[in-house]
Design a protein around this ligand. Structure first.
Ligand SMILES: [Zn+2]
Length: 507
């Protein structure tokens, strides 16, 4: 969508001619009438609001250049070194005249915050006291996962722009999102037409490891976002398959990780004389019993709604299997057929994966100690404490020591929000007829920290991506097309504009 961008000069011209023609009263009267009519016309306000013309191509080029520079900053986590990216962002926001600050953390790490004040300027207010125009947070993380440069075709921290793509670690996860969020704020400010609500930009440290950035932000810096009602973060995207746009995926909740380390100690000795009570043998038996743990299939409301909407785009038999999921899970044959599709099973139950098993150093020595680690992913409404107790019963060995590495209850965001409806409106402008699907993210992001504060938070990246495109995420040769950078800026700007429009239309 191109903004019409008629400048207010159009309306100044008649005023000038009015002062120049002092003696000629007849045209003066006509001009006055035209001016009054223009003022009364409902479109007058809208036209005057359009501000400066947005050059989407130039904004896209600028975004591509910034992304290339941003990807050259190595924020491999650990150690992260996010202070370097925070300084980069601070420089750009300051240049643009948008207030911002670096929030330093220990060991060269940092969070970064910026605020574009809207017409309402709600800073410092409480979201509960704002009936409309609660601030929108655009959030992202600055750290990236390790890249093994020998397996890449191009240097992972070179920021190369080649063959229509920007290449580098973080190009999909998620320095790309940060740059389009930032550019959307710049574009809006330059347009001269501020949104009603404040737009807040939050770049966090350490999402890929322990989420120190998010944890510290929602405690130490909570006051900075007291007026925020909505948030956009990483998660789902605009899904593409065989050249066809399937849907806009919007993650409204996430499965909750429950990570546990199970340790055992026993007598060490020579392996020629096996001990059935050794640490390793007890751990192995516990592991086996855990693999037999079978969490039941259970359909939560958001999964039911998501599958119902997805079904509309499916061929039979999947169309019926998804649309009638409650009956599908009761019929073993139907369930088996549906589960042949990747990505379905984790939506329907709690899962458990055995990931780490460590013990001795030498093949002929019985080690004194060992441990194994498991990664459970729980449905968003699950109580993690009761699952933990269930797992202990399942292992049935009180001599084992259980350490919880990660455990929290997930939170969900409503689908009926102005932000969700603004995404739906924007989708219809860019890709008419394509549905917007609420989804459960099976992995986890920093969004749940903000959901806990009562902020409606969605995982939506405004990029058209195939499954193959997404392989680069945490993989090799990570890249994003320059077309997607352009599209992303446009979509974020449109979502912000649509939110205001919707709230003005429905006070
Ligand atoms: Zn990420």
């Amino acid at each position: 969508m191109e903004f019409n961008g008629r400048s207010s000069r159009v309306y100044i011209l008649p005023v000038r001619s009015l002062t120049e023609s002092k003696i000629n009263f007849k045209p003066l009267g006509i001009i006055l009438i035209i001016l009054i009519l223009l003022f009364l016309s409902p479109s007058f306000g809208l036209r005057a609001e359009e501000g400066n013309k947005i050059d989407w191509n130039a904004a896209g080029d600028e975004g591509v250049q910034y992304l290339s520079q941003y990807l050259r900053i190595d924020t491999t986590n650990p150690p992260g070194n996010e202070m370097k990216t925070a300084l980069f962002l601070e420089h750009l926001f300051k240049k643009e005249g948008i207030e911002c600050k670096i929030i330093p953390l220990e060991n060269g790490r940092a969070n970064f915050y910026a605020r574009l004040r809207g017409k309402q300027n709600t800073e410092g207010k409480k979201r509960e006291d704002l009936p409309r125009f609660k601030a929108l947070i655009l959030t992202n993380h600055m750290d990236v996962v390790y890249a093994d440069k020998d397996s890449w075709q191009i240097p992972p921290f070179g920021g190369e722009i080649k063959d229509g793509y920007v290449w580098g670690r973080g190009a999909l996860d998620m320095k790309d999102v940060a740059i389009v969020q930032m550019m959307a704020m710049f574009v809006i400010k330059r347009s001269g037409v501020l949104p009603e609500r404040d737009i807040i930009f939050v770049a966090l440290a350490d999402e890929e490891e322990g989420s120190i950035g998010a944890k510290r932000f929602i405690t130490d810096s909570k006051d900075l976002i007291s007026d925020a009602g909505y948030l956009l973060n990483e998660g789902e995207c605009i899904h593409v398959e065989d050249g066809k746009i399937l849907n806009y995926g919007v993650a409204v909740t996430e499965k909750a990780p429950l990570w546990i380390r199970i340790s055992a100690t026993g007598e060490s000795g020579h392996a020629s004389e096996p001990d059935d009570n050794s640490a390793m043998h007890r751990l192995t038996r516990a592991g086996e019993r855990l693999l037999e743990w079978n969490s039941p299939y259970r359909i939560i409301p958001v999964v039911r709604e998501s599958l119902k909407r997805q079904a509309l785009m499916e061929e039979e038999p999947y169309r019926s299997l998804m649309a009638d999921i409650d009956n599908t899970v009761k019929d073993p044959d139907k369930l088996k057929l549906l589960l042949s599709r990747s990505g379905i099973l984790p939506l329907l139950k709690n899962t458990l994966a055995l990931t780490v098993f460590q013990g001795g150093e030498k093949v002929n020595v019985i080690p004194e100690k060992g441990f194994l680690e498991i990664d459970c992913r729980l449905l968003p409404d699950e109580d993690p404490d009761s699952i933990l107790e269930e797992l202990k019963r399942q292992m049935n060995d009180p001599t084992l020591e259980i350490t919880v590495m990660e455990k929290f209850k997930s939170a969900s965001s409503t689908v009926d929000s102005v932000l969700f409806h603004a995404i739906e409106k924007t989708a219809q402008v860019h890709h008419p007829g394509v549905p917007v699907i609420p989804e459960v993210l099976v992995s986890s992001t920093d969004s749940h920290y903000f959901r806990r504060l009562g902020i409606v938070s969605y995982g939506f990246e405004p990029f058209c991506l195939t499954e193959q495109d997404q392989d680069g995420c945490h993989g090799i040769n990570e890249r994003i097309s320059t077309e997607n950078v352009r599209l992303g800026i446009h979509i974020i700007v449109d979502i912000i504009r649509e939110m205001d429009k919707l709230e003005k239309e429905n006070p």
